[in-house]
Structure formats: structure tokens, C-alpha cells
Design a protein around this ligand. Structure first.
Ligand code: 5RP
Length: 233
């Protein structure tokens, strides 16, 4: 799967953030499982608690990959037919700006991630400190679009000031999301006012969802070489 890779591998820091987030889990919770490398570490830690220590929780995943991983540990899954809200979701982020404004979707899972986050009482971000920025936009903002609308949406995104590029696999074939859509990765705009940008994106016909997660995260657990910082909204 193509990922918009960050320059360094920060596995140790990701692990420490994930370990801290695991402390938030209580028996009986319904959990949202995020996607990406940091969320994957958290799912593995959670899965070990379920498999080896009999922790009783249930979950909804934000991607097919995360659900398959959770199932491999015996985590029971439910759907929004059965539950309407989640006690806690833990997920990664591509950029974390002041106010816990986020860019997500580097792994292409932004649509389900946003659905899961929107249903969560607590939406906790786990990340290493390379994700912290003063302004959103250096990381390409993913915009998920209905395939037939891609040329039209591309024109609209250019009017906002973005340089959109259709996400492709290494062999050049187009990346298709879990829901069968395309991703346009948008560069070229450091966002002074992400709320305004989000409104513009929301109003483009053919846009299914975008990777701006604003006023959604309740806290962020950010690991650095110096230790862990926790930010709350
Ligand atoms: C996937 C995501 C990820 O949470 C985001 O890309 C961060 O991933 P990682 O923890 O691998 O840096 O939004 O769509």
C-alpha cells in the first residue's frame, strides 16, 4: 500500500506513545482502532492484552488492515448497527498543529477514520514529535473523491490554491481506498485558516471526505527523545 512516508523511522517513540495510550483502556470499553504504523503498534499491544490477559473489550476498526490485525489477536468486532458511540479511539496523525488541528489520511484511510473519530467520546492521537507543526500543509492533504469526479474536483482544488496529484501505487496504478474511491494528495498551501479550507473542501461536489480533522481530537500523546507530552483540546 502506498503511504506518504515521513522521513524517519521513529518506532521507539511510537511505541512509547502507544504504551501510554494503552493505559487509557478499561475493561468493557468499545474502542475505535486507528490506522497507520503508530496505531498498528497500539493495536498489537491491545491485542496482546486481549489474547494473553483476557481483557474484555470490543472494537470498530477504521480500515480493513486494522480489522484484520485486530481479528488475528481475537479482538471482537462490532458495527455501528450494534453500537452508536465509542468510548475511546486511538489513532495516528500526519500533522498536529495548535488546537489539535490535524492532517490525517497519509495511509489513505481518512474516510473511515473520520467516521470512527466522529463517533468517539475520546479521540486520542498517538504520534512522535516529528508530526508537530506550527501550521498544517507541509504534509500533502489527502482528499478522497468519487472516481468520475476527479478531474472536476482537481480544478476546484486548484482554485483554492492546492496542487493536487492523484495518489498512485509504485507500479503507477491508481490507489483505490477501502470504499472504492481515489485520493488526491494536495500540496502547495500552508494553512493559516484550516477551518475555512475545510468548509471549501466540504462544499465541492464529488469530495467524499478530506484529511483535515479539526476540533475532533480530545488529546494527543506525543513522544519525543526527551519524554512524553500530552496535549488536550
Ligand atoms: C492513515 C492515517 C495515519 O494515522 C497517519 O498517516 C499516521 O500514520 P503513521 O502512524 O504511520 O505515521 O491517517 O490514513
Amino acid at each position: 500500500m502506498p503511504m506518504q512516508n515521513h522521513a524517519n523511522d521513529h518506532t521507539g517513540m511510537k511505541l512509547r506513545a502507544a504504551e501510554r495510550a494503552l493505559e487509557l483502556v478499561e475493561p468493557g470499553m468499545t474502542l475505535g482502532l486507528g490506522s497507520g504504523s503508530t496505531a498498528t503498534i497500539w493495536i498489537k499491544l491491545l491485542g496482546e492484552k486481549v489474547r494473553n490477559h483476557g481483557l474484555k473489550i470490543q472494537a470498530i476498526a477504521s480500515s480493513d488492515d486494522s480489522e484484520a490485525l485486530g481479528k488475528s489477536y481475537g479482538i471482537p468486532f462490532v458495527t455501528f448497527e450494534a453500537v452508536r458511540s465509542l468510548d475511546l479511539t486511538v489513532d495516528g496523525a500526519d500533522e498536529i498543529a495548535p488546537g489539535l488541528a490535524l492532517i490525517k489520511g497519509g495511509g489513505g484511510k481518512l474516510l473511515r477514520e473520520k467516521i470512527v473519530a466522529s463517533a468517539s467520546k475520546r479521540f486520542v492521537i498517538v504520534a512522535d514529535d516529528s508530526k508537530v507543526v506550527a501550521k498544517l500543509g507541509r504534509f500533502p492533504l489527502p482528499v478522497e473523491v468519487i472516481p468520475m469526479s476527479a478531474p472536476l474536483v482537481t480544478e476546484e482544488l486548484k482554485k483554492i490554491g492546492f496542487a493536487p496529484k492523484t495518489r498512485v501505487h509504485q507500479d503507477g496504478t491508481r490507489y483505490i481506498t477501502d470504499e472504492g474511491n481515489l485520493i488526491l494528495d494536495c500540496t502547495g498551501l500552508l494553512m493559516d485558516n484550516p477551518v475555512e479550507i475545510a468548509h471549501k473542501l466540504d462544499s465541492i461536489v464529488g469530495v467524499v471526505e478530506h484529511g483535515l480533522f479539526l476540533k475532533m481530537a480530545t488529546s494527543a500523546i506525543i513522544a519525543s527523545e526527551q519524554g512524553i507530552i500530552e496535549r488536550s483540546s
